[in-house]
Design a binder for this molecule. Structure first.
Ligand code: C2E
Ligand code: CA
Ligand code: CA
Length: 764
């Protein structure tokens, strides 16, 4: 008897201990296990009291309490079952059993007096004497409530076991078996003869197992299984070692190490050092506990790139229990990085090096290879912005791309080259490869393709010979560009070499650009007049030619500043100023009764940037002059750039009485055909293009035909550049209408022009 009571007390204490353990776990599941154990503990206490009880009525009460507690125990278990299996949505159905439990309390309480459910009888067992309950006629009323709850719990576990996927079945059938055993135990006790209530041990064991399975073992095991499945599927390669060797290697790792499945399985058991040295990093040293390895695999022309991170795995106490090696596939990031690097160093349009990168690699080359003499060459396309504006970006881009192709094809092997910006390229190669012919070949190849747009793409090269290797390459480029700018409008020249003079000329250009506004404001920019005379020597008009009377440099001829201003589009400003000056002068002459005209020069850029029609109609209105007094000289090459637009423009001007002259006829490429299409009033032929007309019979013949053609087309002819009396005589015989040239007068200031008009020699 004492042993039995002692053991039940022990069970009670064990249950209390379990209860305390459970309290550490704060989950909902733990709470419902706590409820079960608490009820179980109460039952043990009731059993102890029951065993010690010697009064029949108290025994009846204690048995009543015992049965009620069994209800509550089953209730708690059913709730646990629903919670554990995640069927919580049925919880409220279980709660319907609650009134039945309350009913059972009254049912058992009244039984103390009426004994309809059970009675007790004193029995003698091998452990001693105590009360045993004897079921009455209505005992099964209590039984129904308990069976309902028990069946609910068992069914819950059973259904869940059937429905769950493989790895989870265990989680549920463990409890199905556990509770089934408890039910069987309880049944055995109920229908056994006279014996002590040994079921209490069963409850204790069940509680302990429940605690262990629900809160500890199964969650951990499931976690392990889940982690291992996730690792297997992970796209990162995972290899895990214990202190002996490889214990796990997922599929991604096998794939990254380029191993077949069977081969991959043989990794398991291989020592860490062997594995890493064989497959990942040959120089691997065992001692290192953290490390990153980079591995490249070439396959089908593609480079795969992996990063492997290797680190120790430690337990809570900091002891090494193994190592992990995680492999990341960085192929795409690597590609992205390469792409970024490429974009940062290359020009997107041509694929050549960009400016920064070219400067860097060029500097590197010059400073590393000290025995080779180098040349640095910059290129430029004459009037590239015009190609852009006239033909559109696509055509202009096409030109740039073709230049890059030509470089790739024709530059010496090992040459460095890149695109600085827009139409500017730079190249660097050993001096010994420098051949003007090679450069001219490139220039000519580029020119050919644009015939269809009737536009010449002229590429020029500025060459700088590298003397001082420590000079920044950007300055070398500046020097090459300085050389470039000396080529200017010379159509036959492709290559220019840097020397101090070219640097000087660039400086001068910069100066002139910055001084233009000041010059216009101070009237340092002025016009000279060169008389235009008829055969009888009578002055009929003059050409207005710009002169810059510089406060420091003295008189600067237009050949020096006009190309510079043209390049920077500043010519538009200057010309407008000259035209206005000419109109002012004409207005004054009109008052003084002088009947001369003035021809002004119109540059290509003027036509492009200004509304010429609007400008001239406004000017003649402002100065109240006749429109035929101001003549417009448009060069043949300006007309050729856009015949249709210029034709339309001058026809409108002619309708208002303006006179339009074709300047520098014969200097361009368009030839006689253009005369037919372009309805100018006057043709201006430059003697300079036929400079030896007096000696050369052929030249004379050409001059004769052109004059006659112009006359037939109804145009007047002016010949400029007339320097000798012979020239003048010949032209006069050929029915040239007017002359301009040094023979008659150089361009001179306005007041001088007025004085001079009387002294001009007669031709006849
Ligand atoms: P251009 O329009 O062909 O002007 C005629 C040029 O020939 C002038 O040079 C003139 O001085 C020169 N010249 C005249 N007679 C003779 C001669 O007998 N022999 C020689 N060898 N040369 C002669 P200049 O004044 O130096 O002007 C050069 C060019 O500059 C002009 O050529 C014209 O294209 C441009 N230019 C001059 N003034 C202006 C201007 O105000 N606006 C624009 N857009 N261009 C101008
Ligand atoms: Ca002219
Ligand atoms: Ca001319």
């Amino acid at each position: 008897m004492k042993i039995f009571i002692g053991s039940v007390i022990f069970v009670t204490l064990f249950l209390i201990y379990l209860l305390l353990l459970c309290r550490k776990n704060k989950s909902e599941l733990s709470k419902s296990i706590q409820a079960i154990i608490a009820v179980g503990t109460s039952i043990s206490i009731v059993i102890i009291l029951q065993t010690l009880c010697t009064d029949e009525r108290i025994s009846l009460a204690l048995f009543g309490a015992y049965f009620c507690l069994t209800d509550w125990l089953m209730f708690a278990i059913a709730r646990f079952a629903l919670k554990y299996t995640n069927y919580e949505k049925y919880m409220k159905h279980i709660n319907y059993a609650f009134p039945a439990l309350v009913f059972d309390v009254f049912f058992m309480a009244l039984n103390v007096w009426y004994q309809y459910a059970f009675s007790v009888k004193r029995i003698q067992t091998f452990v001693g004497e105590f009360y045993k309950f004897v079921p009455g006629p209505f005992f099964q009323v209590h039984g129904v409530i308990v069976y309902f709850l028990v069946i609910t719990s068992l069914l819950t576990f059973l259904i869940k076991t059937i429905k769950s996927p493989g790895i989870y079945k265990k989680k549920y059938y463990v409890f199905f078996i556990l509770f089934s055993l408890l039910v069987i135990l309880e049944g055995v006790f109920m229908f056994m003869g006279d014996t002590v209530d040994f079921t209490v041990y069963g409850y204790a064991v069940a509680a302990a197992l429940m605690y262990y399975f629900a809160l500890s073992f199964i969650p951990k095991e499931l976690m392990n299984q889940t982690i291992s499945i996730v690792s297997k599927e992970s796209k990162e390669g995972i290899i895990i070692f214990d202190e002996v060797g490889c214990i796990f290697c997922n599929n991604s790792a096998k794939a990254m190490l380029r191993l077949e499945d069977s081969e991959g399985d043989s990794l398991v058991g291989m020592s860490r050092g062997d594995l890493i040295r064989k497959y990942i990093y040959p120089e691997y040293q065992e001692e290192i506990c953290y490390r990153e390895f980079k591995t490249n695999y070439e396959e089908d022309g593609k480079t795969y790139y992996y990063k492997s991170v290797y680190r120790g795995v430690y337990d809570e106490k900091g002891k090494t229990i193994g190592t992990s090696l995680i492999m990341y596939d960085k192929t795409r990031e690597d590609e992205e990085l390469r792409k970024q690097r490429y974009l940062a160093t290359h020009d997107t349009l041509t694929g050549l090096y960009n400016k920064d990168y070219f400067l860097r690699v060029a500097a590197d080359r010059i400073q590393k290879d000290l025995t080779t003499k180098y040349v640095l060459i910059c290129t430029d396309i004459t009037k590239f912005s015009l190609i852009n504006d006239l033909f559109g970006e696509d055509i202009a881009d096409g030109v740039i791309i073709r230049i890059a192709e030509e470089f790739r094809e024709k530059l010496p092997e090992g040459a460095l080259y890149g695109r600085l910006y827009a139409d500017r390229f730079a190249m660097l190669f050993p001096r010994k490869y420098l051949e003007e012919k090679m450069l001219v070949n490139i220039a000519e190849a580029i020119n050919v393709g644009d015939r269809e747009y009737a536009y010449t793409v002229k590429m020029c090269f500025g060459v700088y010979e590298v003397a001082n290797r420590t000079m920044p390459v950007s300055i070398m480029c500046d020097r090459a560009q300085a050389a470039l700018s000396t080529i200017k409008e010379d159509y036959r020249k492709y290559v220019a070499y840097y020397n101090e003079a070219s640097l000087e000329s660039v400086k001068k250009e910069q100066e002139m650009i910055s001084e233009l506004d000041e010059a216009l404001k101070n009237r340092d920019m002025t016009l000279f007049l060169q008389p235009i005379v008829k055969t009888d020597g009578k002055v009929v008009g003059a050409e207005a030619l710009a002169r810059w009377i510089h406060p420091k440099r003295g008189l600067i001829p237009p050949g020096e500043f006009i190309p510079v201003f043209e390049k920077r589009n500043l010519i538009v400003k200057m010309d407008y100023y000259i035209w206005e000056m000419a109109c002012e002068l004409l207005a004054q002459w009109e008052k003084e009764g002088r009947d001369w005209f003035i021809s002004v020069n119109i540059s290509t850029k003027d036509i492009y940037f200004l509304d010429i029609f609007d400008v001239f109609t406004t000017l003649v209105a402002k100065y109240k002059i006749a429109s035929d007094k101001i003549r417009l000289e448009i060069t043949e090459s300006a007309i050729a750039q856009d015949v249709a637009t210029v034709t339309e423009l001058i026809t409108r001007l002619q309708r208002l009485g303006f006179i339009v002259e074709i300047d520098d006829f014969g200097s361009g490429y368009s030839g006689l055909n253009m005369l037919k299409d372009f309805p100018a009033d006057v043709l201006k032929i430059d003697m300079k293009f036929l400079s030896r007309a007096d000696e050369d019979k052929r030249s004379k013949e050409i001059l004769r035909s052109v004059i006659s053609l112009a006359k037939n087309l109804g145009m007047d002819v002016i010949t400029e550049g007339v320097e000798t009396i012979e020239q003048a005589k010949f032209l006069s015989e050929e029915r040239c209408d007017m002359f301009q040239g040094y023979y008659f007068s150089k361009p001179i200031p306005v007041d001088e022009f007025i004085k001079k008009t009387d002294e001009i020699p007669r031709v006849e």
